[in-house]
Design a protein around this ligand. Structure first.
Ligand SMILES: Nc1ncnc2c1ncn2[C@@H]1O[C@H](COP(=O)(O)OP(=O)(O)O)[C@@H](O)[C@H]1O
Ligand SMILES: [Mg+2]
Length: 257
């Protein structure tokens, strides 16, 4: 399938399926349009994800990747003015961010937000203050042995890679269904990127659905099952990750790699 065929023309989208909340897909994003004030940024984005899939959400700087993740997590900015987001038959588009979080959405932002003055373990325990609680500390340390070794160390003194692991671990400490990762590999050495990618594959095998936004498109595509490419706030490709790896012209056009 070429990337042109892969684009879903707006008119052909089956609205009824989503309106009824009976989507066969686990997470369905349908024609979302979101604004920062008057600025129209997310310009009608649609895609679906199956449960337990990893989707790479790619595109050049400023394409609208972070804004799309923030819209799905239902943060106040950008504000969603049109479209629907369904997670496991629940209408996220009617929710505020805390409700989306209670329904299983976890956004790990680019800056990781490790809380200063708290140890690794305190950062994790803080995530578990409110039910529903996710993975136990034991299970988290099994997946991230480095965090177990450094459980008493202040979180902000960890290396960049370890802080990223803590940010992901903190998401898993809550009972989540979907992990939204904004540039998790940013600033990390290739060997650490590989280590985190292995961990993300294990997390997928445990049934968590993931959207990964990355400038390191090749690394994200090697991990992902599917890829969606954005350009100026719209979807320009929706297909398998392998198709993007194989299509040099497509990558040159939309990813500049
Ligand atoms: N808080 C904001 N207010 C106004 N415009 C913003 C804001 N954040 C991002 N934008 C604009 O939205 C567009 C998409 O940004 P973003 O979603 O961060 O892109 P990406 O993550 O793909 O680099 C850019 O043109 C950016 O300048
Ligand atoms: Mg961004």
């Amino acid at each position: 399938m070429s990337h042109i065929e892969a684009i879903r023309p707006e008119g052909k989208f089956d609205k009824n399926r989503n309106m009824a909340g009976t989507s066969a897909k686990f997470l369905s994003v349908w024609d979302i349009q979101a604004y920062y004030g008057e600025s129209y940024i997310v310009q009608g984005v649609s895609f679906d994800i199956h449960e337990g899939e990893i989707l790479a959400l790619l595109g050049r700087n400023g394409a609208g990747k972070t804004s799309t993740l923030r819209t799905i997590a239902r943060l106040d900015n950008p504000s969603l003015k049109h479209g629907e987001i369904w997670l496991d038959h629940k209408p996220l588009h009617t929710m505020r961010s805390h409700q989306a979080a209670q329904n299983g959405i976890a956004l790990v932002p680019e800056d990781r937000r490790i809380i200063a003055g708290l140890t690794v373990e305190e950062n994790l325990r803080l995530a578990q203050i409110q039910p529903p609680i996710g993975w136990s500390l034991e299970r988290i340390y099994e997946l991230f042995p480095r965090l177990g070794e450094r459980r008493a160390q202040e979180g902000t003194t960890l290396s960049g890679g370890e802080q990223q692991m803590l940010a992901i671990a903190r998401a898993l400490a809550r009972d989540i269904k979907v992990l939204l990762l904004d540039e998790p590999y940013e600033g990390l050495a290739p060997v650490i990127v590989q280590e985190i990618a292995k961990t993300l594959a294990i997390i997928r095998d445990q049934g968590i659905t993931t959207i990964i936004v990355e400038q390191n498109a090749v690394a994200a595509l090697k991990l992902a099952d599917r890829a969606v490419i954005l350009d100026t706030g719209s979807v320009v490709f929706d297909g398998s990750a392998q198709e993007v790896l194989d299509d040099e012209a497509l990558r040159a056009r939309y990813l500049a790699i």
